[in-house]
Design a protein around this ligand. Structure first.
Ligand code: C2E
Ligand code: MG
Ligand code: MG
Ligand code: MG
Length: 275
């Protein structure tokens, strides 16, 4: 019988076990645990008003410090969270961190607009509007100090389904920003139908300035001006980029030139607060 088994085994084509699949399954389980146990935390990256040089906002960015693999990029775990449903817990956690911390900065005298990334998948899940309303109340946070950044997602082709949710969020008084503008599903037609208050110029266009290609940035800034939207440049790394963005009249900048994403206390230090 043993020989028989060996023959059968040998007769089968070799099974190709792809190690990443195993890792993904483990990662999926680990993410479920992390999301349910408060292990997804917020880092914040300052946003600078280019005319005055003052810090006027921060963007909240999800961080997961995996016990074995160390820091895992949100570019990797957010799509996984959207697929396994933990985006609901993560989305709630990020909104709660942001509202609590924005309220704390306000109490220490800093009116920072805190931006939170929300993907179209999250909006379709319907929990955002009541949750945001409850958080604003809980922390007595003026709604204009919260902005929702709509990020692209592979799973959602356009924002028409999210329209009602966005309108309801806007009606609460929070800002609505289109992230990575110019790279995704944010067509001009859609933009016209959505209650948008801000555009974020994708990092790829900002970095294109170094090669002499400032035309897209100039176009988006002009476009935002015409529609009376705020415009933020992300991924600003060099003085040259800053100079061009200032000349073009871009409102705000965010990038390693000023600060990498840091924790709550790191922002306090950046603001010059004693700790
Ligand atoms: P994003 O919202 O466009 O965020 C900007 C990304 O650029 C961040 O990467 C930030 O750390 C990085 N960055 C900022 N300044 C610079 C710079 O000067 N140079 C370079 N090279 N990079 C810079 P991060 O934190 O890895 O986030 C990646 C993406 O993951 C975000 O892109 C956003 O789409 C998504 N994400 C992050 N947190 C959340 C979240 O809480 N919810 C959702 N739905 N998505 C999130
Ligand atoms: Mg963003
Ligand atoms: Mg972006
Ligand atoms: Mg991005």
């Amino acid at each position: 019988a043993e020989a028989d088994l060996r023959v059968r085994k040998n007769a089968r084509p070799p099974v190709h076990i792809n190690p990443p699949v195993d890792d993904e399954l483990q990662l999926d389980a680990d993410l479920r645990w992390a999301a349910n146990n408060g292990e997804i935390v917020a880092a914040y990256q300052p946003q600078i008003d280019l005319a005055s040089g003052r810090t006027v906002g921060v963007e909240a960015l999800a961080r997961w410090n995996h016990p074995k693999h160390g820091a895992i990029s949100p570019a990797q775990f957010i799509p996984l969270a959207e697929a396994n449903g933990t985006i609901v817990q993560i989305g709630r956690a990020m909104l709660a961190h942001a509202c609590r911390d924005a309220a704390a900065w306000l109490r220490s005298g800093h009116r920072l607009v805190t931006s939170v990334n929300v993907s179209a998948v999250q909006l379709e899940l319907d929990y955002c509007v009541p949750y945001v309303r409850a958080l604003l109340e809980e922390f007595s946070l003026p709604p204009e100090l919260l902005t929702i950044e709509i990020t692209e997602s592979g799973a959602v082709r356009d924002l028409s389904d999210a329209q009602d949710q966005l309108r309801a969020l806007r009606n609460l008084g929070v800002g609505i920003s289109i992230d990575d503008f110019g790279t995704g599903f944010s067509s001009l037609t859609q933009l016209n139908m959505l209650p948008v208050t801000e555009l974020k110029i994708d990092m790829s266009f900002v970095q294109g300035i170094d090669g002499g290609g400032h035309h897209i940035v100039a176009g988006v800034v002009g476009f935002a001006r015409g529609l009376e939207l705020e415009v933020v440049a992300e991924g600003v790394e060099t003085d040259r980029q800053l100079e061009v963005l200032r000349e073009l009249g871009c409102d705000r900048g965010q990038g390693y030139l000023w600060s990498r994403p840091t924790d709550f206390q790191g922002v306090c230090v950046f603001l010059g607060d004693e700790l």
